[in-house]
Design a protein around this ligand. Structure first.
Ligand SMILES: Cc1cc2nc3c(=O)[nH]c(=O)nc-3n(C[C@H](O)[C@H](O)[C@H](O)COP(=O)(O)OP(=O)(O)OC[C@H]3O[C@@H](n4cnc5c(N)ncnc54)[C@H](O)[C@@H]3O)c2cc1C
Length: 298
């Protein structure tokens, strides 16, 4: 099948672009394999008019609204690889089908690589968190922790102390004296011992166990996990990619176009600050830019 635009990833960024393209009466094929990044969280915060929503319900409403436009095709299928023949992009799907379009939006998101610490994976998005703006308020004034995963983790500990009493778990690592002093000035406790595991009822957290046999009370642990693209398609197409301390981002211009003409990208894969609001804004910019590029053959 041939469309005006193929969108790889039908979550916040992809659906926001699709809505604008559908309203501009362009044919759009959205591919999605149902794994949005925030699927581990029970509630989503900070997206205006939807603060506290259930992430799955939010996406299902967005999907219904987009699917109501007759020029939209939604395929529950994964893009496996893609190639360009002149200006036409071909995408091969997991089902074996091949679809084509003159414009493409990459919106396939990222995944987080969680530290290999017992008790982290099952609490991810509930009481093990990365973004205080998304989930910090719900743990206000409770016992908060930050796990030392990388050189910049002490900055995260300084920030988290805005929400409540914070301990920086060095986990056997080291800390420069100036960084330690800055944390102490903010009232952050530094715990040098290696961390062994987390414990608590179900998805909640009540304590953290240390290698020297001690344990400390803890209600939420903040981490800054490394992340990776959900698909190799940007690299396959030769899109320019930039390394960051946590992962990589696809380089885009002000209209969300990548270094490859007519291939656009939006959402978490293009930026370091991640939120639903940013992903939707990127998608809207990409959707309008793609429409104008189709309309004026630019
Ligand atoms: C635990 C957690 C909680 C969060 N809570 C909040 C919050 O409260 N508020 C907030 O604003 N932000 C929150 N975020 C951030 C938010 O989830 C992301 O910023 C947002 O999901 C980014 O949207 P996106 O469209 O770029 O990517 P995603 O939402 O990750 O969507 C990418 C989509 O692409 C699909 N896909 C991937 N590969 C392929 C492929 N090859 N073919 C087809 N489809 C593919 C995936 O299935 C997925 O549906 C949270 C993140 C995490 C990890």
């Amino acid at each position: 099948m041939h469309y005006d635009t193929i969108i790889i990833g039908g979550s916040f960024a992809g659906l926001a672009a699709a809505l604008y393209l559908a309203r501009a009466r362009k044919s759009v094929c959205i591919l999605d394999n149902g794994r949005p990044r925030n699927r581990f969280a029970t509630h989503s915060h900070g997206f205006f008019a939807h603060d506290g929503s259930v992430p799955g319900e939010l996406l299902s409403t967005m999907r219904k609204q987009v699917a109501a436009y007759p020029s939209v095709t939604f395929l529950e299928d994964a893009a496996v690889d893609a190639s360009l023949d002149g200006e036409i992009l071909s995408v091969r799907l997991q089902s074996g089908a091949v679809i084509t379009a003159p414009r493409t939006l990459l919106a396939f998101g990222i995944s987080d690589t969680l530290p290999d610490l017992p008790g982290v994976a099952e609490r991810w998005g509930r009481s093990v968190l990365h973004c205080p703006y998304c989930h910090g308020y719900e743990f206000s004034d409770q016992q908060l922790g930050v796990l030392n995963l990388m050189e910049m983790s002490h900055h995260q500990a300084a920030l988290i102390s805005e929400w409540g009493p914070t301990t920086f778990y060095l986990n056997g690592g080291t800390l420069e004296p100036e960084a330690a002093e800055a944390l102490e000035r903010r009232g952050v406790t530094i715990e040098p011992a290696p961390v062994v595991s987390l414990h608590g009822e179900g998805h909640s957290l009540s304590g953290i166990e240390l290698a020297d046999g001690r344990s400390r009370a803890l209600n939420a642990l903040f981490i800054a996990p490394r992340n990776h693209f959900n698909s190799p398609i940007a690299e396959q197409l030769g899109c320019e990619v930039e390394a960051t301390p946590l992962g990589s981002t696809i380089t885009v211009d002000a209209l969300q176009m990548t270094s490859i003409r007519h291939v656009y990208a939006a959402g978490d894969i293009t930026r370091q600050g991640h939120s639903i609001t940013f992903a939707c804004a990127d998608g809207v910019m990409a959707g309008t830019a793609i429409h104008r590029s189709l309309a004026f053959d630019a």
